[in-house]
Design a protein around this ligand. Structure first.
Ligand code: NAP
Length: 247
């Protein structure tokens, strides 16, 4: 399916996990990619792998908490492909701890990457998109932001905040033909969740009606739906990709 044929897409945190899977799905739909990650070497490796499979992909080192990096990432896409059609704000970290043990630094780091990073991405992508007459922004939240999870007061707050800023930006940008939507994944098999203790993984899995974790590509396919024209009359929405968990 050529749902993004000829369109350019920037994906943050795309060197691995869900971001890389989104890049693979978008490449399969004909997109021209900017693979951005805080680890520039890993981004370059991922872009080279995508290119070896026939995709058009460039790599950019970008720390989403640095405004100059985010500006340069958007400029790199415009320079390479002439436009910025899609931005996926995917970069993320966890710094899980109970309130008793969580430090202020752990709280602020998570806010910085998820909230400030997503805000910077929306700001600079939309500046470009308004000039070119439209675009689509997809923000990666989490089901943790819907229900709140113990040990994640920082992450649940940040991911709920992404929902708020998605809706605010969607209202601001709709008249410019820029759509902004969010995805709340549940349990997805990536490095982030492989770090979980086996008993915690099993406990989470027990709460999934479909009885399995998601593969990262299953989030990628929903990102593709929101990025392209199949969702042309949707903005400010939040799609849960959870196998029914916490519905
Ligand atoms: P992952 O495998 O850890 O990948 C996240 C990527 O983001 C990594 O390449 C990481 O680089 C990069 N990154 C971290 N900080 C960054 C920064 N400041 N600037 C740019 N890139 C940065 O995680 P994932 O599981 O694929 O998660 C992707 C997104 O989905 C995140 O927003 C996460 O919160 C969300 N999510 C994941 C799950 C899940 O079950 N896995 C569920 C719900 C939501 P380094 O590795 O070098 O730090």
């Amino acid at each position: 399916m050529s749902l993004l044929e000829g369109r350019s897409a920037v994906i943050t945190g795309a060197a691995q996990g869900i971001g890389l899977a989104i890049a693979r799905v978008f490449a399969g739909a004909g997109a021209r990619l900017v693979v951005a990650d805080i680890d520039g070497d890993a981004a370059a490796k991922a872009a080279a792998e995508l290119a070896a499979d026939g995709a058009e992909a460039i790599a950019v080192r970008c720390d989403v908490t640095e405004e100059a990096d985010v500006e340069a990432m958007i400029a790199a896409c415009a320079d390479a492909y002439g436009r910025v059609d899609v931005l996926v704000n995917n970069a993320g970290i966890t710094r899980d701890a109970t309130l008793r043990k969580m430090t202020g630094d752990q709280f602020r780091q998570v806010m910085d990457v998820h909230l400030y990073g997503t805000w910077l991405g929306m700001k600079h992508a939309s500046l470009r998109m308004r000039e070119q007459g439209g675009g689509s922004i997809v923000n990666i939240s989490s089901i943790s932001g819907k229900v709140g999870l113990p040990g994640q007061t920082n992450y649940s707050a940040a991911k709920a905040g992404i929902v708020g800023m998605t809706k605010a930006a969607a209202k601001e940008l709709a008249h410019l033909n820029i759509r902004v939507n969010a995805i709340q994944p549940g349990l997805v098999r990536t490095a982030m969740t492989e770090a979980l203790r086996p008993d915690i993984w099993a406990e989470k899995l027990a709460g999934v009606p479909m009885g399995r974790a998601a593969e990262p590509e299953e989030v990628g396919k929903v990102a593709l739906f929101l990025a392209g024209d199949l969702s042309s009359y949707m903005t400010g929405t939040v799609l849960e990709v959870t196998g029914g968990r916490h519905m």
